[in-house]
Design a protein around this ligand. Structure first.
Ligand code: PLP
Length: 704
């Protein structure tokens, strides 16, 4: 949690070790000093240090800063004696460098200054540890501050290649380059060939054009800065500082532009013109500007521009199961984007869709044989309903029996917001009264009253049994969320109920549709929640976590029996969205499922369940709390009264550094599986504190 204005940073990175970064940083420090900008030069990692008489390590680059800008501030954070990569040097010194830690030290060194010039170490991809490189430090800095990069290019043969690769690596990590500076190298002895000036000119033009980036300065080789004569040396630095003025101009202009795109301007337009979920256009709830995400964290800004790093307890509505910005998922996205971002699925197929289909069928419960890819959970449910209706229509035609054309579901369910989905959502929560004329009428049984944490009572299925007895001729399918009812009330019920439904459906020639959009991919501690009941559906919907929360994608899976039934006598499934089977979404979904399989997700989810139970169960003692429920990586505190969402979100973000979105009487958690124990405990603490605070402020059913 920060809540403060961050200093502006300029990340100075080079195409290789001796491109001229230190000279550029030092001269920029002088230029910034000349303009009266409160500036510090920060060298996060310095290798190749010499030893002073007292054994202390002396950072050579800091000596250069001091020569260029006497009296200016500088800081060196990690120093090593060996002149080699940070990874190797740190290893030899028995130290370990971690991008996040190096970035947070850098931010600390920068705080209190208007501008920090952060000089890299070696080329951009030099290793920091076994998995991270220096670029990851710059990426970390760019997450939470204005931290564009300046590329320093050694102006010689090979510069184009080095510069373009470095820029690609920066942009891939979300670091915006401001421009580049060419540094002419020390001339070789003897007369210069006429190729040399041509190469230098070419470097400038080609890098600029191909990277669509301005060349902000060309620095000559300047031997004066190494002169023993102080005046000559100062003049040399002054000359370089003068040549680098355009860098400062560009930086200040970029910062000004960002200020103009301030949180206030953005959020004001948002408030006045963008509709958010379930909000009034005229009196919307407060929204926060999300500026970055990483792992289990989000960076949010309020209207005043204050920034908060918060722990996400919502996985962006069940979707970000691995946390945010997983390198594996982003890489899959990038690779696919470069090859085939989208193509129509009518008459065309592609490897990402086929491989995803194979993977889904491999993971799915027994009996699933066909996959229909679509764009969202709601569409997956619409498709499931259509499949069931088409199946029953074809069956009726073949048998000459009357057609079964309605759905049976339970109260407290949620299946999406399109009209077909809404017809099977809870009639009260789903506001059926608003859409009475547009919604098909379905059968509703009571919410399963066999709660998860109590022994099963077969009587709970009796109302459904009675409905089947009375309406079997009309029930085409049962649709239900297995074990966990999500957005309709975060209610967990016994798997035996589900197994009983399966039997009833079989007995009455009715299909079972399981909506695993929220529960799929491990959330309840099983890959799919129906595994708790040991049953397979006829039709199953998945979405949300399918792409690890990176893109919108969903799928409706069907048994061979359903597919053959629909297709008998030339029948075709009547659905075909434009973005069906989008290759980008399929590629990232495949990467997400592979990542899930490779991680010990089941153990993680069990562990999260233990922490959530330990952290939330004490809420039962609080006066305003009606119930606490935990299952897998889902924790729920149900209050006796409806909670004030906006006030609670203010409290969560500003006071507790967490992101939660309560609704109705529910404050609930479903964090990414990768969330660390400390963060999980912080989430639970925040919920406990909120429940206690609500209990204190609730008078006669009103929040005061
Ligand atoms: N089904 C269930 C169980 C859900 O929880 C949701 C969304 O919350 C949906 C369907 C609808 O999914 P989407 O919002 O992607 O349309």
């Amino acid at each position: 949690m920060a809540g403060s204005e961050a200093a502006s940073l300029l990340c100075i990175c080079g195409t290789d070790t001796d491109a001229g970064k230190t000279v550029v940083t030092a001269a920029l420090l002088r230029a910034a000093q000349g303009r009266g900008l409160g500036t510090v030069a920060v060298k996060p990692v310095q290798t190749g240090c010499s030893r002073a008489a007292d054994g202390a390590l002396i950072a050579p680059d800091v000596a250069v800063y001091n020569q260029a800008a006497p009296g200016a501030s500088s800081a060196v954070l990690y120093t090593f004696a060996e002149a080699c990569s940070p990874h190797l040097a740190a290893g030899r010194a028995g130290a370990y460098l971690d991008a996040q830690a190096v970035a947070s030290e850098t931010r600390r060194a920068a705080s209190g200054f208007e501008l920090a010039l952060v000089e890299g170490a070696g080329g951009l991809l030099v290793p920091l540890n076994d998995t991270e490189c220096l670029a990851d430090v710059f990426a970390e800095l760019a997450v939470s501050a204005d931290a564009p990069a300046l590329l320093v290019v050694g102006n010689k043969l090979g510069a184009v290649n080095h510069a373009l690769l470095t820029l690609e690596a920066l942009r891939n990590r979300g670091v915006e380059p401001l421009g580049f500076v060419l540094v002419n190298q020390q001339p070789q002895a003897g007369p210069e060939s006429d190729m040399e000036p041509a190469i230098r000119r070419d470097n400038r033009e080609i890098i600029s054009r191909q990277a669509a980036l301005p060349c902000l300065a060309v620095l000559p080789h300047c031997p004066e800065i190494n002169s023993a004569d102080q005046a000559a040396m100062a003049a040399g630095w002054e000359k370089l500082a003068g040549l680098l003025q355009p860098v400062l101009d560009a930086l200040l202009a970029a910062l000004e532009k960002r200020r103009a795109e301030s949180a206030a301007a953005l959020l004001d337009f948002d408030r006045d013109h963008l509709w958010h979920p379930y909000t009034s256009a005229l009196k919307p709830l407060t929204t926060w500007q999300a500026v970055a995400s990483r792992g289990p964290h989000l960076w949010l800004r309020d209207r005043a521009g204050h920034e908060y790093r918060v722990i996400d307890g919502m996985s962006s509505w069940w979707a970000a199961i691995h946390g945010y910005n997983s390198p594996r998922l982003l890489e899959a996205l990038r690779a696919q984007a470069a090859r085939l971002p989208h193509v129509m699925f009518g008459g065309i197929s592609h490897a990402p869709a086929v491989k995803l289909g194979q993977k889904l069928l491999e993971l799915a419960p027994d009996g699933m044989e066909y996959v229909f890819l679509s764009d969202s959970g709601s569409v997956a449910v619409e498709v499931a309903i259509k499949m069931a209706l088409q199946y029953q229509a074809a069956a009726a035609k073949a048998s000459g029996q009357p057609e079964k054309s309605r759905l049976l579901t339970v109260r407290g369910g949620y299946h999406g917001d399109t009209l077909g989905c809404m017809s099977v959502c809870d009639p009260v929560n789903g506001m059926h009264s608003l859409f009475a004329t547009a919604l098909p009428e379905q059968f509703f049984a009571p919410r399963p009253d066999c709660r998860w944490d109590r022994p099963y009572d077969p009587a709970s299925l009796e109302p459904v049994r009675i409905m089947f007895r009375e309406q079997a001729g009309d029930i085409a399918a049962v649709i239900i969320e297995p074990v966990v009812q999500g957005a309709g009330g975060m209610w967990f019920y016994r798997p035996e109920y589900l197994a009983g439904l399966r039997t009833l459906c079989d007995e009455h020639g009715c299909l079972l549709i399981l909506d695993e959009v929220a529960t799929g991919f491990g959330r309840t501690g099983r890959m799919f929640a129906c595994e708790w009941a040991g049953i397979s559906p006829d039709i199953m919907c998945v979405g949300k976590g399918l792409t690890g929360g990176t893109m919108s994608l969903a799928a409706t899976l069907a048994s061979g029996g359903v597919a053959r039934g629909i297709s008998r006598a030339g029948g075709v499934l009547m659905h075909g969205p434009t973005f069906m089977g989008n290759p980008l979404a399929c590629a990232v979904a495949l990467a997400s499922l592979e990542l899930l399989e490779e991680t010990p997700w089941r153990e993680r989810v069990e562990h999260i369940e233990e922490i959530l139970a330990a952290g939330l169960v004490p809420c039962r003692e609080l006066p305003g709390v009606a119930d606490v429920r935990v299952l897998g990586a889902i924790g729920v505190v149900e209050m006796k009264e409806e909670v004030p969402v906006e006030a609670l979100q203010e409290f969560f973000v500003r006071e507790r550094g967490v992101w939660l979105r309560p609704f109705g009487r529910l404050i609930y958690l479903m964090p990414p599986y990768s969330t660390g124990d400390d963060d999980l405990r912080a989430l639970c603490r925040a919920v406990r504190d909120a429940a206690a605070w609500l209990a204190e402020t609730n008078q006669d059913g009103k929040w005061v």
